[in-house]
Design a protein around this ligand. Structure first.
Ligand code: FAM
Length: 470
């Protein structure tokens, strides 16, 4: 689909051999995720201690008025362990690029499921521990998540009471917040748990929440759009997304199921400063439990400049097809782009607060499209490709956007639509399932490192003027 495409076959040929396990066996060497996290925490604590002792007074750069007025762009002011976003090369997860992850992280096939894409479980393991899980470890994590995936009856009732007209993201955030009813962290805190132990119930809640997100999302889908099995049945032998696809009625669709695995794995983490990740960290710094913290993160994700953009892109692309037909010429695309810009709207799916190159997540989704004949032939997917070649030229000419290239949302919703999931309003919920696998591991690390409540300094314009005129 794209010139950025690296043949996936080549990537996989280069992959180191994974370990394979017979279904259902726990090998003596196989750790649980909790055991693996417990192993890495002492090193992280030691690293923080040393950083504080050796460098606490070192400067990381100056703070300019433009930083204060400009959404704190570029200020290095928070710790985030799972991933780092480079403006030119994009995201790395504990130093691994998306193509690296595609080579080494256990896939659906590696755990005996139909499909070829890396599992979100594998990404979660990497983000939490910094290490690549074995296939057995990923499989064991799938089983742990399946065993915790069923929703409590009170939550089902709460979700069923929401009006259908309430945006799915509002329902999602509300349902996640309500799970704080059962929070292990909140209960332990009330009982007076020691600070050094905070991370344990935080991890317990985080795993529980990640396990339940697919069923919450599927129940909302069923209630609002009438699709899926309605009961969110969980097959204990399936991976997280294999179960989710069944719950929303796409279990037989291997292409969509595998797309969801890739989508959810690569949307998981995008370092700490984006609105959803930062919100989880900020709210969690008040020792709000993982359900409350992630509920708040989801409300941030629901904004059109953040997670809602994938829904916007699809509406925008279909609007173009309505206006000029399914296979527009380059000139018609250009004209449509200009009409969007001239009407004062942003071109959804383009630009980024940090990235200054095409988003490697967009490239990964494009590679996926290249491997699937049903997508390669799609007029909508071809339009995504066409726009990705033309929009950067138009946006450069327009002259405002710091990054004229596609971000991940430029493709993501269109592929869902092509697979028959036409309910735009639901798309950000899928992003919301994903972002938990990045935001919650950091919350565990925040508690393990004993990070303090966040409290940056704000200033009024009068106070700022007074300071600057001194
Ligand atoms: N179309 C038109 N104008 C754009 C633009 C776009 N795609 N992207 C940025 N601009 C404008 C922006 O509105 C601003 O104009 P004003 O000075 O009049 O306010 C100017 O260019 C400079 O903005 P910037 O420095 O390039 O971007 P920001 O860092 O302020 O904002 C985005 C970053 C992502 C919010 C912005 O590029 C945007 O609104 N893009 C479209 C929405 C979108 O795709 N969001 C999804 C982002 C994605 F990565 C995610 O979070 N899921």
């Amino acid at each position: 689909m794209l010139s950025l495409t690296i043949p996936r076959v080549a990537l996989r040929a280069a992959a180191p051999q994974r370990q394979f396990a017979a279904a259902g066996l726990r090998f003596a060497s196989t750790k649980t995720l909790t055991e693996a996290v417990a192993e890495v925490i002492p090193q992280k604590q030691e690293q923080l201690k040393k950083l504080k002792a050796d460098f606490a007074d070192r400067s990381l750069g100056e703070v300019k008025v433009s930083n204060l007025l400009g959404g704190m762009r570029g200020l290095k002011v928070m710790l985030w362990e799972g991933s780092v976003l480079d403006a030119e090369t994009g995201i790395t997860f504990h130093g691994k690029t998306i193509p690296d992850c595609e080579k080494v992280l256990p896939t659906a096939k590696d755990v005996g499921q139909p499909g070829k894409e890396m599992l979100p479980e594998s990404m979660l393991w990497l983000l939490l521990t910094g290490n690549v899980p074995s296939a057995e470890e990923a499989k064991q994590l799938s089983a742990e998540l399946a065993s915790k995936g069923k929703l409590p009856a009170y939550l089902e009732k709460i979700i069923d009471s929401f009006p259908k007209s309430l945006h799915p993201m509002t329902q999602f955030a509300s349902a996640v917040g309500a799970l704080n009813h059962d929070s292990a962290f909140a209960a332990a805190y009330t009982k007076g748990i020691k600070k050094a132990e905070y991370w344990k119930p935080t991890l317990e809640d985080s795993i529980d929440l990640i396990a339940k997100l697919p069923a919450i999302a599927a129940r909302i889908y069923y209630n609002v759009f009438g699709r899926g099995d309605g009961s969110q049945a969980i097959d204990q032998s399936k991976d997280l997304i294999g179960n989710y696809a069944e719950m929303i009625g796409y279990g037989g669709n291997e292409g969509l199921t595998d797309y969801l695995r890739l989508y959810i794995a690569i949307h998981g983490d995008h370092e700490g400063g984006n609105v959803s990740a930062h919100t989880a960290h900020l709210v969690g710094s008040a020792l709000s439990d993982p359900y409350l913290s992630y509920s708040a993160a989801l409300l941030g994700l629901a904004g059109p400049l953040h997670g809602l953009a994938n829904q916007e892109v699809l509406g925008w692309a279909l609007g173009m097809q309505d206006k000029v037909g399914k296979n527009p010429t380059d000139d018609q695309v250009k004209e449509y782009l200009w009409s969007t810009l001239k009407s004062g709207r942003v071109v959804p799916g383009y630009g980024h607060a940090v990235l200054r190159r095409p988003d490697p997540r967009f490239s990964a989704l494009s590679r996926f499209c290249d491997t699937r004949p049903e997508l390669k032939e799609s007029a909508l997917v071809q339009l995504v490709q066409q726009v990705s070649n033309i929009a950067p030229i138009v946006l450069k000419e327009h002259g405002k956007t710091a990054n004229p290239f596609p971000n991940v949302d430029a493709a993501s919703g269109c592929v869902l639509y092509e697979y028959g999931m036409s309910e735009f309003k639901y798309y950000t919920v899928i992003f919301g399932i994903s972002r938990a696998i990045g935001a919650l591991p950091q919350l565990v690390m925040d508690r393990a490192l004993g990070l303090p409540i966040e409290r940056p300094k704000s200033m009024s314009m009068n106070a700022l003027e007074a300071l600057l005129k001194k």
